[in-house]
Design a protein around this ligand. Structure first.
Ligand SMILES: O=C(O)CCC(=O)C(=O)O
Length: 308
């Protein structure tokens, strides 16, 4: 079983209806799908690959040996411990946003990643418009819902991760299973080294590496906004013995001040109290709960917000 691969360029041609249906199926039945011919040039993707690899080599790799996961695994192995190391992930990760400090010692990194983020944000907005249409919402509904008010727009972050080769992959997670907190996630994953899996019908299945594809998945806020039509899906990353897996995940999330609730058009009007299964909340409050409960089921998070 493989997650759907959808040709996004067909959205503009004769096969628009079929493509919209594939995208609806990807959102409703899978929560994860891969886009090909998405409009991001291969030349730019190649540069992203290169600057991320260079950045890891020159600015990150040396420190991994001093990291928490490295030391925790070393200790478990030395003590001949059973099971897995807890509460850590075998990854090196940093975030790029509009307002933080970026790695600065890798030639071309900042320029390339700034260009990439502009393109990815545009793609995210196109994908969100497809979701609006498939859900029967007005164009721009999701984007507007993610605003926190006048001049306070959605958050767009890019997480650059590397999962270095691991001597004991059975003893540590690459990234523990979770659903994503936010809105729409666009992932440019490694061409060769696999590791990302989603939980589908009770079974973990690989998100197959596909060169130059962008993997799309939806987070908890899209689940709430769609009133449960588009469910966020559990996923995890396995540590691998061979290869240094790269992943660049861009998150289009609500502003921390945005109020999130199911779209009224998707809530049965007859008996609103009963039908509206999801609470209304401020996204910043959701993130406070998520920070404590990221690796736990999402339902208690929704419960906690209901009680606030
Ligand atoms: O690295 C990946 O492939 C997935 C990353 C992920 O699940 C996350 O950042 O939430």
């Amino acid at each position: 079983m493989a997650i759907p691969v959808i040709d996004f360029s067909k959205l503009n041609g004769e096969e628009r209806a079929k493509t919209m249906a594939q995208l609806a199926d990807g959102c409703e039945e899978w929560g994860f799908f891969q886009l090909v011919n998405h409009g991001i040039s291969e030349e730019l993707l190649e540069r992203v690959r290169k600057v991320c690899a260079d950045c890891y080599k020159t600015e990150r790799e040396g420190n991994f040996k001093n990291s928490k996961p490295f030391k925790a695994l070393e200790e478990l192995v030395q003590n001949k411990g059973e099971g897995k190391v807890e509460n850590v992930d075998w990854e090196d990760v940093f975030l790029l946003s509009d307002s933080n400090e970026w790695p600065s010692n890798t030639p071309g990194f900042k320029e390339t990643m700034a260009e990439y983020r502009v393109e990815l944000k545009k793609l995210a907005e196109k994908v969100m418009e497809v979701m609006d249409e498939n859900l029967g919402l007005t164009k721009g509904h999701i984007k507007r819902a993610f605003n926190g008010g006048e001049g306070d727009s959605a958050f767009f972050g890019t997480k650059v991760s590397h999962y270095p080769p691991c001597p004991h992959p059975e003893k540590v997670n690459g990234l523990r299973a979770h659903t994503d907190a936010g809105g729409v996630i666009l992932l440019f994953q490694d061409d060769k080294v696999k590791g990302l899996q989603i939980l589908k019908d009770g079974e973990w299945i690989d998100v197959q590496p596909l060169p130059n594809a962008i993997v799309i998945n939806t987070g908890d806020q899209i689940e709430v906004l769609s009133n449960g039509r588009y469910k966020s899906v559990w996923h995890r990353v396995l540590a691998m013995r061979d290869g240094n897996r790269r992943s660049v995940a861009s998150f289009y999330n609500p502003s921390l001040n945005a109020t999130i609730a199911p779209a009224v058009e998707l809530v049965e009007k007859v008996n609103k109290e009963v039908e509206q299964g999801y609470p209304e909340f401020v996204f910043g409050d959701y993130m406070s709960v998520y920070a404590e409960q990221k690796f736990l089921p999402k339902e208690p998070r929704f419960q906690a917000l209901r009680a606030m």
